[in-house]
Design a protein around this ligand. Sequence first.
Ligand code: GAL
Length: 378
Amino acid sequence: MNLKRYFFTIQFLFTALTINCQLINTSFKPGEIWPDTEGEHINAHGGGILYYNNTWYWFGESRLSRSEKDRSRYGVSCYSSKDLLNWKNEGLALRVVNDTVSLLRQGCVIERPKVIYNKKTGMFVMWFHHELKGKGYTAALTGVAVSDNITGPYKYLRSLRPNAGIWPQNFPEEYKKSTVKEGELKSGSNEWKVVVMEGLFVRRDFEGGQMARDMTLFVDKDGKAYHIHSSEENMTLHFSELTDDYLDFTGKYFRVLPGGSNEAPAIFFNKGKYYMFTSGTTGWKPNPARLSVSKKLTGDWRTIGNPCRGTDNENKITFGSQTTYILPIQGKISYIYMGDRWLPENLADSRHIWLPVEWEKGIPVIKWYQEWDLNKLK
Ligand code: GAL
C-alpha cells in the first residue's frame, strides 16, 4: 500500500469513527437536538413511554418537518431503547389515512398519544387527543387504536367524546338541576368561574359527551386504567375509568380540580400517594407547572405549588417546557420528568426536556441540569 493511500484509509476510518461516536448519546442534554440511532432529532412529542420486554418504547407525535413533502407521514411515532439515551426509530405506529371519509384522514390533528399494555387481552392500546381536519380544536375527541405488536401498526378503532349521557360520580344533585346557561355570564369573570366549577360545561355537553383534549393514561395498582383528560373547555380534568380491555369507557368518571384550568396531565404513584404534574393553559407557550397530590386516584386532589426549583424566571416557564409524562424507572433516580419545549413554527424540531425528579421534604421537585445521566447528576 503506498503511503498516500495508507493515510487516506486512516483518515477515512477516523472520520467514520467520529461520526459514529457522535451518534452515541452518553448523557441527557435537555433542550438540545436529541439524535436517534440514525442521527435524526427524535420526532416523538407530547408522548409517553411503555416498558415492555426489557425495552423502553417511546410513543409521541410525529410532526411533519418543514421539508417533508409526504403529508401521509403524520401520526404517532415509536422509538425503542435499552438505555433511555439511544433510541431506534421503529417507524409510525399509527398514521393518518389517505381517504376522504375517515376521521383519521390527512389534515387531522393527533396529540399526546399514550400506549398501555393490557395483560388480560395481550393487546397494546393507544389513546390520543384527536382533532378533525379543518375544525381547529373544536372537536375535542379522544381516539383509540389497538395492536398485538407493540411497535404497531395500530388499528384505528374510533374517536369519541366520552361519557355521553352520564353524570360524573362526584357531581352534586343541585349541579344537575342548575339552569344557568353559557352566555348569561361574561366568560372569564369571577361569576362565570363559579358556574363553571358548578358544572356549566358538564351540563352543556351532557348529551353529546364530554370534551377530551390534553390527555394521559394511568394504570393503577389493581390493573384498572384511567383516561385522564382536560375537559370542560380545559377548565376541569376528568378521570374516566376504562373498561377491562382498555378499549372503551365504563361511564364511571370523576371531575378533578374543577375550574383549575389544568392541561398536560402526568401522573405517578409513590409511597402511598398519587402525584400529578400539570401545566396552565397558554397554548404552545410555557407557563408555571403545578404539582397536585392525592391519597386516592379519584379522590380529592390538592394543588401544592410549583415543582420547579430554579430561578424565578425558570420557574415561571417550567425551564421552558410543558409536561408530557413522568417516567418511573428503577435506580438512584426513580422518576424522570419529560416535557416539551414547543417550537410552534416547526413542531418537529420541538425539544425534549428530560430532568430527574428529586425529592425535597417528601415532595417531588425538578431542577435544571444542562447535562446529566442516570448514575450521577453532572
Ligand atoms: C397546548 C397543549 C398542546 C397543544 C397546544 C395547541 O396547551 O398542551 O398539546 O394542544 O396547546 O395550542
